[in-house]
Design a binder for this molecule. Structure first.
Ligand code: G6P
Ligand code: MN
Length: 476
């Protein structure tokens, strides 16, 4: 029910607990750097860092502890409250009394991603982490686990906000918001905010000077407006892209096609607009993205194990930074055939990507400021033609425990049609995960627009069942 409206908020002492579930992931040191920068503003007093994998948690802790000790530039003059940091494998302890629970885990680890992506490629179908069959398999593995965490949150931290990064992020948000009583949840992805940063860079503005109108589903969205200094400058930007006067990173599309669309597609739409080329590029490379990342991770964790026995802090940092560079410069490169601009990649290393979105959202939801962010939330009429409760990814207004999607009205039919078809596949995938029904799972997969029908869907699903073993639900 919340506090009395007459409580004396002015004298309230802020004390905030953040729990991160899935802390053994490689992005943790970046997240912690961002957390520390905002510690004072957030009034953060307790940080619980949980993962079920003790060994990887210890190794990531080794990279993170120097980050946690570093004094951070802060724009708040007050002294930071003392910060209690707890590293744990105990989810209950992490979640108890939390104000924010940030989920960023990967069920089955990178090994499962490799299977998710490999199986469909055998049938000439896209093998990708979140788009197509890969995202379907990941969702079936992940939905039961997120629902268990939701139960824990409802028991141990009923007022907490769940900020979910766990992929497939939109589908997971769809499952939780439509099948539990959890209403305090947002789904997060760093792609829309990197589009915003790219647009700002091209226009020589700071991202805060720009209001971006974004709509779609997670990893399936479009920028259809960019307001700066009182005007929508997107048409001019698209004209400049078409005339090749401006080039945006993360836009692996023919400039003429972008001009014809009149919107900027999220890079993940490459898997739809260039469905055939994407598959061919991956097959030609002989290695999936999951396999690339698996090699990079094995290298990093082997280095960290070696350095644990006597490496210096700077050796550890160097290993981590070189890992991030290798991962960043190869991101989406095989799939799209477009290499990122390396100079630009280096220049943006200090910018807050992934962590910036989550922490900005926490600032707003905890009442520090108001703002906007592009998030996965129930539609509530924002996109005409999409269901009320269907989770969409859209520009949102944020305030103290308030998230409201900005009304988008009508969107182009081709975009709406694609969204509706993918949303129905998502909805059926959630139902399959909840019921454990083989028939429903097969129906969901067969209806995905990137799967060429029922027979191929069946082979892919059977491949997942036999290769995933215990990390896949027992379908009946
Ligand atoms: C982007 C997406 C994430 C995705 C990641 C994959 O950041 O927004 O949802 O997990 O890319 O990157 P990777 O390096 O693992 O291929
Ligand atoms: Mn994402």
């Amino acid at each position: 029910m919340g506090p009395s409206p007459f409580a004396d908020f002015a004298t309230e002492v802020r004390s905030l607990k953040l729990a991160i579930i899935g802390t053994a992931g490689v992005r943790t040191p970046l997240m912690l750097r961002g957390v520390l920068r905002r510690q004072e503003r957030l009034g953060l007093t307790d940080l619980c860092l949980m993962d079920s994998d003790q060994e990887h948690l210890d190794l990531i802790r080794m990279v993170s502890e120097p980050v946690l000790r570093q004094p951070q530039p802060s724009d708040d003059k007050k002294a930071a409250p003392p910060l209690r940091v707890l590293w744990t494998t105990d989810a209950r302890e992490a979640i108890r009394g939390a104000d924010f629970v940030l989920t960023t885990f990967r069920v089955g680890g990178i090994r499962s991603r490799v299977i998710d992506e490999r199986v469909p490629l055998r049938y000439g179908v896209l093998g990708q982490e979140t788009t197509g069959p890969g995202g379907f398999a990941m969702a079936l593995r992940t939905i039961p686990v997120i629902l268990d965490y939701v139960k824990l949150i409802q028991e141990l931290a009923p007022d907490a906000w769940l900020v979910n990064f766990t992929n497939p992020s939109g589908l997971i948000t769809e499952a939780v918001t439509n099948h539990t009583h959890m209403t305090r949840m947002v789904g997060i992805c760093d792609n829309p905010s990197s589009m915003q940063r790219e647009i700002a860079r091209a226009l020589k503005l700071s991202p805060d000077e720009l209001f971006v109108e974004y709509f779609g589903l997670n990893h399936l969205g479009w920028v259809r407006g960019a307001f700066a200094k009182g005007w929508d400058v997107l048409p001019e930007l698209i004209a400049a892209i078409a005339q090749q006067r401006v080039k945006l990173d993360g836009l692996p599309f023919d400039p003429q096609f972008v001009a014809a669309l009149g919107m900027l597609p999220n890079e993940y739409l490459y898997f739809y607009y260039h469905a055939r080329e994407a598959v061919q590029h991956i097959l030609d490379a002989g290695k999936t993205r999951g396999e690339q990342v698996q090699e990079l991770n094995e290298w990093l964790f082997a280095e960290l194990r070696r350095l644990r026995a006597g490496g210096s802090e700077s050796d550890i940092r160097d290993a981590y930074v070189s890992y991030l560079v290798k991962r960043g410069e190869s991101y989406m490169a095989t799939e799209t055939g477009h290499k990122p601009d390396l100079e630009h990649l280096q220049a943006s290393a200090e910018e807050e990507g992934y962590e910036g979105v989550a922490l900005g959202v926490m600032e707003c939801l905890s009442g520090v400021r108001q703002g906007t962010a592009i998030l996965s939330v129930p539609n509530r009429g924002a996109i005409a033609g999409m269901g009320e409760s269907s989770v969409v990814e859209v520009t949102c207004y944020l305030g103290h425990s308030i998230v409201r999607p900005v009304a988008m009205g009508c969107v182009p039919e081709h975009a709406l049609g694609l969204m509706k078809q993918v949303k129905e596949y998502e909805r059926l995938t959630v139902e399959a995960a909840l019921s454990g029904s083989y028939a429903l799972a097969l129906k969901a997969l067969a209806l995905h627009p990137l799967v060429p029908g029922y027979a191929v869907a069946r082979r892919i699903l059977d491949g997942y069942v036999s290769e995933h073993g215990d990390y896949f639900p027992k379908l009946h």
